[in-house]
Design a binder for this molecule. Structure first.
Ligand code: FAD
Ligand code: SIN
Length: 563
């Protein structure tokens, strides 16, 4: 009985590698720079590293267009109007970040927006233009000015991904291998030397002068999410297992408006729809955002998401409604992709209120990086959604993510190319722990995944407390213990192991932060507490596989930003 109880209440512990490898039985590739991910961050890093003379191998677990980037709707933030300024964009970013942004990173990224957008245009991205031939700019939540450049109305990501995928395919120094799943990073003597991947379930080892992790988001650890199925947080788990310091993992941004129809995928209804005048109403037709925040429907996302949740509870409903009848012009022509998807459910954007509720959208936490994309592990760089660069703090300003991928992707790619010019260390011949002894539990992976996603939504989602977080951590610990014993073999099992790891990181960060700030809300510590928590929380893997947390320095009062 005691043994069962202790396993059921296990402290989450994670192996350094999911499986052992042996190079005698594994194909070996060598490259200057290995890039993991073909979204905006990975593509920008790869293209700039290759332009700088490095040979680049880029792996993506799906087709190369299968990224969160391709799903982006609203657009990419850039200052172009005379009445707007870089300083105003920086201020908006810091204010929404609730005291935890790194102001130097924010200034660098935002100042680089113009060049990044021009570079994307040179690659062939066609952004929407106004009658005068200038970029057409929309407004989104938290922005004090219209500054969101978009393409084909509401399909910005698809257009950017089209252009970058084409550039990747055409570049003579870049080899792209789609459908290749990176399972483990190889680290020796504190340096990342390469990775082990699976292609058609066969192992492939890659030896590289520098590894750039650009693996995107983690939305799939929640039942309600805007993210496509590939967003299982692999890179977050890979970096953590490799020993990298992780940061800001408690901050998960929920987007207020995902289409909510039982059985349908949670398609995003972009914030530019509210930017164009759409309003939220409950089942009685009452607007509730003006009473919740002075910016009403354009308040920061955490505020709108929690207001929706509260209204769902108050009206005993599973969702609220987005009313587009207040939009100037025909919403069907302004938002063609959203209109098409809603149309498949017989919902007419111009006439019908659209059922919506919040869904996990963006992971703010990741491998802690400096401005050059360096993590705490030598030879391992990270960029895009997998990185904790300090740009977003405790909440992300809309349309700053594509921007971050483009600006920091360039810088990280150049640093990786320089790093790869140093002499390379050979991969060890073998490595990793043998599978634990004892009988293998028979696990139904889909069932376990469903339990994880439901629990994350209930206990580690928009509203958290100490009890729910402690229980979540111990359940994850037990599930992970079973999965390790069952021996993850194929890609799906590895993704599940990664999702459990990321879930544990989120729950641990959330338990440590005993206050409410930005996307992180604790019902038992409802106020922001600058004296104790105006600092970042770092997590790393201990030798025994457990998660250890350390608090960063308290930010100076002059650097604290108010929401
Ligand atoms: P991704 O674009 O997600 O690319 C990840 C890559 O990593 C993929 O190629 C994947 O195959 C690869 N990968 C992952 N794991 C592995 C593995 N184990 N092995 C090999 N390859 C792997 N942001 C904005 O700024 N503006 C918007 O308008 C906007 N709208 C959004 C709408 C939706 C519906 C969603 C989901 C997100 C939106 N975002 C938006 C957020 C933004 O799209 C993402 O944060 C950004 O695109 C992430 O880019 P990335 O390059 O870091 O990762
Ligand atoms: C949206 O279009 O609402 C998403 C924008 C973003 O996440 O930055």
């Amino acid at each position: 009985m005691t043994g069962t109880m202790s396993a059921l209440h296990a402290e989450p512990r994670f192996p350094a590698q999911l499986r052992a490898f042996d190079l005698r039985r594994t194909a070996l590739l060598r490259t200057d720079v290995l890039v993991i991910g073909s979204g905006i961050a990975g593509a920008c890093a790869a293209l700039h590293a290759a332009d700088d003379g490095a040979d680049v191998l880029l792996l993506s677990k799906g087709e190369i267009d299968d990224t969160n980037t391709a799903y982006a709707q609203g657009g990419i933030a850039v200052v172009r109007r005379a009445e707007d300024s870089i300083a105003a964009h920086v201020d908006d970013t810091l204010r929404v970040g609730n005291g935890l942004c790194d102001p130097e990173v924010a200034r660098h990224v935002i100042a680089g927006a113009d060049t990044a957008v021009e570079w994307l245009e040179r690659l062939g991205t066609r952004f929407d233009q106004d009658d005068g031939g200038s970029l057409e700019l929309s407004r989104e939540g938290g922005h004090t000015h219209p500054r969101v450049a978009h393409a084909n109305g509401d399909a910005t990501g698809l257009e950017i991904q089209r252009a970058i995928s084409e550039a990747l395919r055409e570049h003579p120094r870049i080899t792209v291998r789609p459908r290749t799943f990176v399972r483990d990073l190889i680290v020796r003597g504190g340096r990342c030397l390469g990775a082990i991947a699976l292609q058609n379930d066969l192992e492939l080892a890659v030896e590289a002068g520098a590894v750039v992790m650009a693996s995107g988001g983690t939305g799939q650890i929640f039942r309600e999410t805007t993210n496509p199925t590939g967003a299982s947080g692999d890179g977050h788990a890979l970096c953590f297992r490799a020993g990298a310091r992780m940061v800001d993992c408690e901050f998960v941004q929920f987007h207020p408006t995902t289409l909510y129809i039982a059985g349908a995928s949670r398609f995003l209804i972009s914030e530019i729809v509210r930017g164009a005048g759409a309003v939220l109403r409950d089942r009685n037709g009452d607007r509730f955002m003006p009473a919740a925040h002075p910016m009403a429907e354009l308040a920061p996302r955490d505020v709108v998401s929690r207001a929706i949740l509260e209204r769902m509870v108050a009206t005993d409903d599973t969702h609220v409604y987005l009313d587009l009848s207040t939009v100037e012009g025909d919403p069907r022509s302004i938002f063609p992709s959203i209109a098409r998807i809603c149309g498949t459910f017989d919902l007419d954007l111009a006439r019908d209120p659209i059922p919506v509720r919040p869904g996990a959208h963006y992971m703010l936490g990741g491998a802690a990086t400096d401005l050059d994309g360096r993590t705490s592990v030598a030879g391992l760089l990270a960029v895009g959604e997998v990185a904790g660069s300090g740009l977003h703090g405790a909440n992300r300003l809309a349309s700053n993510s594509l921007l971050e991928g483009a600006v920091l992707g360039r810088r990280t790619g150049l640093v990786a190319a320089a790093e790869a010019r140093n002499p390379r260390t050979e991969l060890p011949r073998s490595g990793g722990d043998a599978r634990p002894n004892g009988p293998r539990p028979h696990l139904l992976h889909e069932d376990l995944l469903y339990s994880l996603k439901s629990m994350m939504g209930r206990q580690v989602g928009l509203i958290r407390d100490a009890r729910g977080l402690a229980e979540a951590r111990s359940r994850i610990g037990f599930w992970n213990h079973c999965l390790v014993r069952a021996d993850a073999q194929d890609q799906r099992a590895c993704e599940l192991a990664n999702m459990l790891t990321v879930a544990a990181l989120v729950a641990t960060g959330a338990a440590e932060r005993r206050e409410s700030r930005g996307t992180h809300y604790r019902s038992d510590f409802g106020e922001r507490d600058d004296d104790a928590f105006c600092r970042r929380i770092y997590l790393h893997r201990e030798e025994d596989g457990s998660i250890r947390s350390t608090a960063g320095a308290v930010l100076a009062a002059s650097d604290r930003q108010q929401a």
